[in-house]
Design a protein around this ligand. Structure first.
Ligand SMILES: Cc1cc2nc3c(=O)[nH]c(=O)nc-3n(C[C@H](O)[C@H](O)[C@H](O)COP(=O)(O)OP(=O)(O)OC[C@H]3O[C@@H](n4cnc5c(N)ncnc54)[C@H](O)[C@@H]3O)c2cc1C
Length: 314
């Protein structure tokens, strides 16, 4: 692939949700955009998320009001734009004495209901947990909780829809094409790219280079001569487990854990429940690829504190 004669306005490295969203936005503004992805579009972090479109209730504890307000407003946009891949999901947070006090949860949920402006989703409420309702599958000794709304999305399809829209606005997309390096070229960049199957190399020129390489952000930065930039990246692994359906009902659970983290239990593919996540600092990408035994135990312990029939490790 040699397209050195063409000069793009933007060369986006990485076809995850960030690269796809940037490409769509830029192409929609009339810019000439090329995007390269070393593997399959959306094949990395962006298809392995918890698949929630949320304002991030837990960020309120860190006073990230603006972030939450913006995310809630975007949630509304997405529900309107892509109702075939994103839909409302009711979350239930069981209340357990000794963890976050009820007044704090109420205050947080009130903010969550109001921060993002007008919402199409039902507001939060205090709920009684019953075996055939919002407490399905839970230990019957846990009687009270809170319910609020967020949304679920098919994360991989969200990437593809953004890319299709970018393409419809004129963007050039290359899957299985690896960014090798780039050098300054006058006021822009000259990038060397490689076909992952054939090894054939080519060049792409662009005015601006966008590093949307997710967990690979540092190697891509280094390959632009950016090694001098004092950037440190701490890789963090977040894992899920998928188990046979752990409870009846269409709602999700947001469970407070003793380490102050929260763990989600979410209905998944009709017959399953998705449980996650962990949050473990790792030294390499290879380490992040697989869940380890301690993470599995952590997730099982977190949900077993709540479930009437504890899940066993096999
Ligand atoms: C466990 C977990 C759960 C999450 N849950 C949620 C959630 O519920 N809701 C939410 O909104 N967010 C969630 N997130 C966050 C969200 O998933 C990420 O912020 C998002 O997917 C990051 O997208 P990205 O495009 O930056 O990275 P990625 O999806 O990783 O994309 C980067 C791409 O760059 C490509 N690339 C790298 N190097 C090169 C190269 N040299 N040449 C070409 N291509 C290259 C990679 O192949 C990859 O496809 C979660 C994250 C994790 C880890």
């Amino acid at each position: 692939m040699t397209q050195a004669a063409d000069r793009f306005d933007l060369l986006v490295v990485g076809g995850g949700i960030n690269g796809a969203g940037i490409a769509r936005d830029a192409a929609g503004r009339g810019l000439r955009v090329a995007l390269i992805e070393q593997g399959d579009f959306g094949g990395a972090t962006s298809s392995a998320s918890t698949k929630l479109i949320h304002g991030g209730l837990r960020y309120l504890e860190h006073y990230e009001f603006r972030l939450v307000a913006e995310a809630l407003a975007e949630r509304e946009v997405l529900l309107r734009l892509a109702p075939h891949i994103a839909w409302p999901l009711r979350f239930v947070m069981p209340h357990v004495a000794g963890l976050r006090p009820a007044w704090m949860i109420r205050a947080g949920l009130w903010l969550y209901d109001h921060l993002g402006g007008r919402s199409s989703l039902p507001g939060s409420q205090a709920v009684r947990l019953t075996a055939d309702g919002f407490g399905a599958g839970l230990d019957p000794r846990i009687r009270k909780g809170f319910a609020y709304s967020d949304a679920w999305v098919d994360d991989a399809r969200l990437v593809i829809l953004n890319l299709r829209s970018a393409q419809a606005h004129g963007a050039t997309l290359h899957a299985r094409t690896r960014f090798v390096s780039a050098q300054r070229d006058g006021s822009g960049w000259r990038a060397v790219v490689e076909n992952a199957a054939s090894g054939e190399r080519g060049e792409l020129r662009a005015r601006v280079l966008v590093n949307a390489a997710g967990p690979w952000v540092k190697p891509v930065l280094d390959a632009t001569g950016g090694g001098q930039v004092p950037a440190k990246v701490q890789l963090v692994k977040g894992s899920h487990i998928v188990v046979p359906r752990a409870y009846r009902g269409e709602h999700a659970y947001i469970l407070q854990n003793h380490d102050k983290r929260i763990v989600f239990m979410i209905p998944y593919e009709r017959d399953f429940t998705l449980i996650g996540t962990t949050d473990v600092a790792v030294a390499s990408l290879a380490e992040a690829r697989v869940i380890d035994v301690d993470e599995t135990r952590y997730l099982l312990d977190a949900v077993n504190r709540y479930l009437v029939r504890p899940l066993a490790e096999r």
